[in-house]
Unconditional design. Structure first.
Lengths: 498, 369
């Protein structure tokens, strides 16, 4: 007897459809899985065998061949257990299920037949809808997340034992309640009020958040760079529903949906020893890297100068394109990575800065250290904030303004940008033509022209100053870039040379 | 102007020095009597005998056998020229020194040597490991002295040297004296600066093209710098440093010495402060150098900035008081971060402030009216 079921394997963050064909016929008792399974898939044999027996089914002592089609696609992970078990029950005549080919099944089986959650349930539910499946059966824990996908039935199954009742219609579970995507008022998210004093740093954070500009903070250790960066998500505009779904899809594929949904926008701070593959994604099968995990959020590179050069170089293209494409022998995948880059660095290897007489760094070391600040990645950084050690009076002083107030200003500035540039776009993404079309007051234009002439500014630096000034004008809610905004932009911009 | 010329005898001396590089490295210890300037006073035969007694005759014979065409071909290939002490282009100031190089190999414009008067040349020396204060002063000194028509001599090293050249190359004439062949950009990271000086200034050395630097070639090059300048100014130097050796050499030649004062707590300013205590000229800015060399008031610098309103004055005062960051300025005078940022940007544009690559502000030499 032959039976077919549908399931999915996770590839990057998208789900690839897999057809499970089970053939049970006479011969020496044997159980074989073919079709490029990885070790976790091959071990499904033991889990399925035990689960069937422990749920009161019979494990057929016949020759069983499981084929996973398409045979050329490499299958990974334990999520195919449920589909194999269901197809086996159907093929051995223990379960009369005519509609088996019309539903998708995903889930790992425990030895007692209960289901265990899988990664990427949301992407699988969406993929099942596109494949024309009527419903998707998945573990109970994945139900709420899969229910985020509209237009497909979602059945949360807690055990293999439920299948007969489900097929006969005796058990008709309700659709699980979808996970709440809108961020509730979460008190655990760190608040900007923790940043005391440091008005310029606050201002730089706000401008970066308002225009989506990338930010580099330079200052001695302990001055509050990491603290400031971790507060940045709390002043960013809340995720739009479509954006939240994108974030959920990535988080679901990486099995960290819970933490992603409670913290608002993603905030990723990889350690500086990370490899290029860890940062932009890679491996076989390709796994999303930190840039993808930071999609629609903040990627914070602390100790920028300590990162490996190849890792930083690899960041350039994803930063420009908003997506990262990983080419491996098995094919090419595109993963989304529209993130905001925030970096922090010490002024020199010892961290004190060369103005401090106690700095013990050799000039060559300082030069080599700072060369990473002027490399190709630094070219993509818009704002430079010099951070200083806060004075005791500031540290002991009253807490700063809370995130909520700053977030209101940021949201208002974002709204102005979207009205001008279109849905979901921000000033940092303006093309050179758009940047040069920004309404510029006469005095502001004179200021920029003066700098352009004096410092032999590059065209790129010129446009960067305009983008920053436009964000400052949006924050100030003025229609035209004034002298004040232009002067602030010229101060905030990252310098091309020292 | 006459073409630079060098006689074969003097050129062979340069090639001999290059061949002696590793041998002199072993015998030049820095002790009195075996410092490299003292060794370079010796004749060819004596020098070879001291440095490389075992291979003395072979080395002498090898250099003597160098064909004339090959020497000129090497010079031409490296886009270099040479002038020796028998040529009228050879700077008169170098003739004062007993240990003067026999020949100068140059790359760049030989016109800079034409009619070069000692009182028009300022040598700027200082630590490679300089603070941002020292670098700023060196750059301003270089720029203003070059703008005032002086020729700025330095050694292309990290720190003070590089800044002095950078300041001068934009505004006027500068000469880099190297301890390696003039076609060798050393340190390598100063290659672009070296190239700019080759194009619009002058690079000289007593070593032939392609010669690598040795430890002993730096004191040797210092003696040329000391002899070239009518005044030698040290910007920053620790108490025991090569820059102070240059100052000693300059003092031995009877040149004027200048030192830029610094905080008494700063190790980087210990050298210049000690020299000031010993009676060197106090150099606060380029005007002090001009007054000391040419006589008070003989040449005036033009450098008062546009007038400032009271807000900008307050910000400027905060930076002068030592606040290097925008946050520091905002906290010091109690204004918002945004308005401090705008004020700093304006002051930078007006030329009162400079911003470093890591975003810290420092004061330029521009004064308000």
């Amino acid at each position: 007897m032959l039976a077919t079921a549908r399931t999915f394997t996770l590839d990057g963050i998208s789900a690839r459809p897999v057809r499970v064909e089970v053939d049970v016929h006479r011969g020496l008792p044997n159980f074989t899985i073919v079709g490029l399974p990885d070790t976790a898939v091959r071990e499904a044999r033991e889990r399925v065998r035990a689960a069937l027996v422990n749920c009161g089914f019979e494990f057929p002592l016949r020759r069983i061949v499981v084929n996973l089609a398409p045979a050329s696609l490499r299958k990974a992970g334990p999520g195919m257990d449920l589909a194999i078990a269901a197809a086996l029950l159907s093929a051995s005549g223990q379960l009369e299920w005519e509609g088996l080919a019309r539903v998708a099944l995903v889930g790992e089986l425990a030895l007692d037949g209960s289901t265990r959650s899988v990664q990427g349930a949301l992407a699988m539910a969406e993929s099942a809808r596109e494949e024309g499946a009527a419903a998707i059966l998945l573990p109970a824990e994945n139900g709420p997340e899969a229910a985020l996908a509209d237009g497909i039935g979602v059945v949360a199954v807690d055990s293999l034992e439920r299948l007969p009742a489900l097929v006969t219609g005796e058990w008709d579970p309700p659709r699980p309640r979808p996970l709440p995507l809108e961020r509730e008022a979460v008190s655990t998210a760190p608040d900007l009020a923790d940043l005391r004093g440091q008005p310029h740093l606050r201002h730089a954070l706000e401008v970066a958040a308002a225009g989506g500009h990338s930010l580099l903070m330079i200052g001695p250790p302990g001055a509050g760079k990491s603290l400031a960066a971790s507060r940045l998500p709390s002043i960013l505009a809340p995720l739009a529903p479509a954006e939240a779904l994108e974030v959920a899809r990535v988080a679901s594929a990486c099995g960290r949906l819970e933490s992603a949904l409670t913290g608002g926008r993603p905030f990723r701070a990889p350690h500086h020893t990370i490899s290029a593959a860890g940062l932009i994604g890679g491996g076989t099968p390709p796994r999303p890297g930190e840039v993808t995990l930071a999609h629609r959020g903040v990627l914070f590179l602390d100790e920028l100068c300590e990162f490996r050069r190849d890792a930083l170089e690899a960041l350039r293209a994803p930063l420009e394109a908003g997506e990262v494409s990983i080419a491996r022998a098995g094919g090419q995948r595109s993963l989304p990575c529209r993130f905001m880059l925030v970096a922090a660095a010490n002024p020199c290897p010892c961290g004190r800065g060369d103005a401090d007489p106690d700095c013990t760094c050799a000039p060559y070391d300082v030069q080599r250290y700072q060369s990473k600040l002027s490399g190709a990645l630094a070219d993509r950084i818009d704002i430079l904030a010099a951070v200083r050690q806060p004075s005791p009076a500031e540290i002991g002083g009253p807490p700063g303004e809370s995130s909520a107030a700053a977030q209101d200003r940021v949201c208002a500035a974002r709204e102005r940008q979207e009205r001008r540039l279109g849905e979901g776009r921000c000033n940092a993404e303006m093309t050179p033509a758009e940047a040069r079309a920004c309404p510029l007051g006469a005095e502001a234009a004179a200021l920029l022209a003066d700098l352009y002439a004096r410092q032999r500014l590059s065209g790129r630096a010129h446009d960067r100053a305009l983008r920053l000034a436009q964000t400052l004008a949006d924050l100030a809610q003025v229609a035209e870039i004034g002298e004040e905004q232009m002067a602030q932009a010229l101060q905030l911009r990252r310098r091309d040379n020292g | 102007m006459a073409e630079p010329r060098a006689c074969l005898e003097c050129l062979r001396r340069s090639w001999l020095l290059a061949a002696l590089g590793p041998y002199v490295e072993k015998v030049a210890t820095g002790e009195v009597g075996s410092r490299s300037p003292e060794l370079l006073r010796l004749s060819n035969e004596d020098l070879v005998e001291v440095a490389a007694p075992k291979v003395a005759q072979q080395l002498l014979a090898r250099v003597a056998a160098l064909p004339e065409e090959k020497i000129y071909e090497e010079l031409a290939l490296a886009k270099c020229w040479a002038c020796c002490c028998h040529d009228e282009l050879y700077p008169t100031s170098l003739r004062d020194a007993a240990d003067a190089p026999w020949a100068l190999i140059g790359r760049g414009s030989p016109e800079l040597l034409d009619g070069l008067e000692t009182f028009e040349v300022v040598t700027i020396v200082g630590a490679r490991r300089a603070t941002s204060y020292g670098r700023e002063i060196a750059r301003e000194l270089g720029r203003e002295l070059a703008a005032a028509g002086m020729t700025v001599v330095s050694g292309l090293a990290f720190g003070i040297d590089g800044c002095a050249h950078r300041g001068a190359i934009d505004a006027g004439r500068t000469i880099a004296v190297l301890g390696c062949g003039p076609d060798v950009a050393y340190p390598a990271s100063h290659r672009s600066l070296w190239r700019r000086i080759c194009e619009s200034g002058l690079v000289i050395s007593e070593f032939p093209p392609g010669a690598r630097p040795w430890r002993w070639t730096f004191p040797a090059r210092n003696r040329i710098m000391a002899a070239l300048g009518g005044m030698t100014v040290v910007v920053e130097a620790a108490t025991r440093s090569g820059s102070l050796i240059t100052m000693d050499l300059a003092a031995d030649l009877g040149r004027d010495l200048g030192a830029v004062p610094g905080p008494v707590t700063s190790r980087a300013s210990a050298g210049p402060n000690a020299l000031l205590a010993a009676g060197a000229h106090v150099i606060r800015d380029a005007q002090d150098v001009l007054d000391a060399m040419l006589g008070p008031g003989c040449r005036k610098l033009e450098r008062s900035g546009p007038s400032l309103d009271s807000d900008l004055e307050a910000v400027l005062a905060a930076v002068e008081a030592g606040e290097a960051t925008c946050d520091g300025v905002a906290a010091a005078i109690g204004i918002s971060g945004a308005s401090a940022a705008a004020a700093l940007a304006r002051l930078e544009l007006l030329g009162y402030l400079r911003c470093s690559a890591v975003g810290s502000y420092s004061r330029t030499a521009l004064t308000g009216d």
